[in-house]
Design a protein around this ligand. Sequence first.
Ligand code: UDP
Length: 487
Amino acid sequence: MPLLTSVPIAALPLERFESVIGGVAYRRLLERFARGRELLDGHAMWHVSSTARGGGVAEMLVSLLAYGRGAGIDQRWEVVEGNEPFFTVTKRIHNNLHDATGDGLPLDDEAREVYESIAHGAGEELAERIVPGDVVLLHDPQTAGMIPVLKRLGVPVVWRCHVGIDTPNSITHRAWGFLRRYVQAADAYVFSRRQYVWDDLEPGKTVLIAPSIDAFSPKNQALSDGQVAGILAAAGLQEEASADDASFVRMDTSPGRVERRVEADEGRRLRPDDVVVLQVSRWDRLKDPIGVIDGFVQHVLPRSNAHLVYAGPSVDAIADDPEGKEVLEEARARFASLPRAARERVHLVTVPMSDVEENAAIVNALQRRANVVVQKSIAEGFGLTVAEAMWKARPVVASRIGGIQDQVENPRSGILVPPRDLAAYGHAVVDLVSNAELAREMGRNARGRVRDNFLGTRSLLQYIALFERLVVGEGRPAEVSEPSGYA
Ligand code: UDP
């Protein structure tokens, strides 16, 4: 069984950015891509991650690689086909890096053996396909073990870490102790924020690049009110609406239509005039589904007529997340234990994943339908869902942790609350659902914040700059880069 599977990458036109970023910035983007092409000189840029769907990393790669390919860069994307023991270990690393014990088991020699058997094998497999002049970008802890194998080929190897914690402690150090020996061999390390950079990494190899969203993807493209209502009706999320216009535009610009229905645990379906509070997240304890439900029931339900929608992907689909099913069951059990009146106002939704673009369109419609978007995570590397909601001019209530703090300027473009403070979360939500003017203004500011800082064009420029340093500087970036603003 091969350990790597190739993911097809679309080719998307950069031209569509001109209307969003303006002519000057657009011309600069074209110039930088021309430089990137010149340096690569026909060689490939390989990316490896642990999944092609579900979660923020896949979300970003789908778009960034497609724009790169559209601009003439030979992008390739491989996914590690680990087995269950491998993903159990990598989930433990992921949890530990976020200060969570996860399954409570150690990252010992046995775990290392499981990890290396897949990571080394995947590295060997990729090595057979790489030629001198190619560049490799490995994403997240699942792929770090491939670094030493690939470095033997003499090609530039970059480790892109999407996770991290503001204040490391003994649990996070334990996970880093496991990864360090692999990561140190890389030519550059990319982190989402300065706080995530480990002290014992060479500063001269460290680069900061914040994540970004694609304004034109099915997840974020503009939808009319009719499309929002149509998509929600077609997906079985909202009654009394016509499903006539459940259309969206696919990545490759062909027309798409939502046809599959979600599964929902709910007392009744949403109606068009219901006030909606939404969290969209994978079924992961670090997203705190139980806290989102309890805080809503205790602090929002008695003070407003709002409904809570907690939406996540259907759990069979996501191979690299073995805990998803269990966490969904916990949330379902909490829902079932609520009094009947509360069940009338809570909607636990799983969105089908068999067509990721259809899934994205449903999430897009939900985010646009929401009066307030919540991201009450316990830990968050960045939190793309926050940028997605802000881009849609939604007022956001989110935990004051990780990369969320880089996005939301409290209280201008959203409200930040302590991650475990259910009352603070509930009160912030009530303030926003009861003050439409405040919510509108916050939403406007939020959209501007994303336009200026978190669109894909900024990430693309930063990756080209990193790549230039790697190639021109004989495989090593000369200095630490700090995104100025992020723009
Ligand atoms: N997401 C999705 N469908 C779902 C649930 C989540 O497409 O049913 C997406 C969500 O819109 C976001 C990504 O998954 O783009 C989650 O990224 P984030 O950075 O918020 O968290 P992560 O899952 O990477 O921890």
